[in-house]
Design a protein around this ligand. Structure first.
Ligand code: PEP
Ligand code: MN
Length: 340
């Protein structure tokens, strides 16, 4: 439910409405906007509660109207929060018109490999360095990542290069350890509905990069974001990384680029596209990256390995340093054109 205050409503009127909501056992969310303030009630209300609140709050001084949110998510909704969310990480902003490129290997494999990847990322002008330390692998016999050792490598190289860093955290009990080593917590596609993990990531206050589950609907995706937001952490970044493919013989997933304008319309959160996991094939990454730019996304996540043939995970979708360099140049050119 959203209470829209009148233009020029006074602070006292706004506070009285917020207090009235608290008195009825709910947590009001005051959302100052351009011209007028809205107050959200981020809770699932039954119809009796809704009617009662609507009648009582509508009658209060300074209230323009009381409306229902039309979607099950509240804090993630643009109905509740009209302006774009801008996530600030170090000197970088994600969302609100800036465009970021995240690059790096699927897995951190050694200090030397990650240092070389970071050098390439920095040289191209991309600003965020990715690399998995804990890897969610389909097979328990596949490389599981360097784990704590990998986290230390990311931290050292992040500090040395000044690049913003991101890595995946797979369980709630690892959130604080991972948060100590990187700037952004990635929640992988397979973990999108690991609710205790979402709650811990929310509590950490760190920016959370949430990947869409392989078979998640838009509502499920935004409700997963809602778990993080409802912990008082507004720094959520959405990532479209492809959904289950009907025909896996050509691409690993179907990159759902249609989700970008939908997410941008219904949510205020930044949206990043990952054409690497979205296709699973290195030569398809550039065309899909370019297509993503035109959809109005806020950036890209792209896998790049100093030597893809030797990669311990996702080698077939990793760009070489030269291909990555070319992608960044092409994408930035296109982005300048699209945003002009
Ligand atoms: C990754 O980013 O390396 C990864 C495992 O991605 P996803 O969760 O999208 O499969
Ligand atoms: Mn990967």
């Amino acid at each position: 439910m959203i209470i829209v205050m009148q233009i020029g409503a006074t602070d006292v009127q706004i506070q009285s409405v917020a207090q009235a909501i608290k008195d009825r056992g709910f947590d009001p969310l005051v959302l100052p906007g351009e011209g007028r303030t809205a107050i959200g009630i981020p809770a699932s209300l039954d119809s009796d509660q809704r009617t009662l609140l609507e009648v009582q709050i509508s009658a209060m001084d300074g209230v323009s109207k009381v409306t229902q949110t039309s979607r099950p998510y509240k804090l993630a909704s643009r109905e509740v929060h009209r302006e774009d969310t801008i996530v600030k990480v170090k000197d970088l902003t994600i969302g609100g018109g800036s465009f970021v490129i995240m690059g790096g290997p699927c897995s951190v494999e050694s200090y030397e490999q990650f240092e070389e990847a970071a050098r390439v990322v920095k040289e191209t002008g991309a600003t965020i360095l990715r690399g998995g330390a804990f890897k969610p692998r389909t097979s328990p016999y596949a490389f599981q990542g360097l784990q704590l050792e990998g986290l230390k490598i990311i931290k050292e190289i992040g500090d040395k290069t000044g690049l913003v860093t991101i890595t995946e955290v797979m369980s709630g009990d690892m959130v604080s350890a991972v948060a100590e080593h990187v700037d952004i917590l990635q929640i992988g596609a397979r973990s999108m509905q690991n609710f205790p993990l979402l709650i811990e990531a929310g509590k950490s206050g760190k920016p959370v990069f949430l990947k869409r589950g392989p078979s998640a609907t838009i509502d499920e995706f935004l409700l997963a974001a809602e778990y993080v937001l409802s912990q008082g952490n507004p720094n959520v970044i959405l990532c479209e990384r492809g959904i289950v493919a009907m025909d896996k013989s050509y691409t690993r997933n179907v990159l759902d680029l249609g989700s970008v304008p939908v997410l941008k319309e219904h949510s205020h959160l930044p949206v990043i596209v990952d054409p690497s996991h979205g296709t699973g094939v290195a030569r398809y990454v550039l065309p899909l990256a370019k297509a993503a730019v035109v959809t109005g996304c806020d950036g890209l996540m792209v896998e790049m390995h100093p030597n893809p043939k030797e990669a311990l995970s996702d080698g077939s979708q990793a760009l070489t340093p030269a291909q990555f360099q070319n992608l960044v140049a092409e994408v930035m050119k296109l982005q300048a054109f699209v945003s002009a």
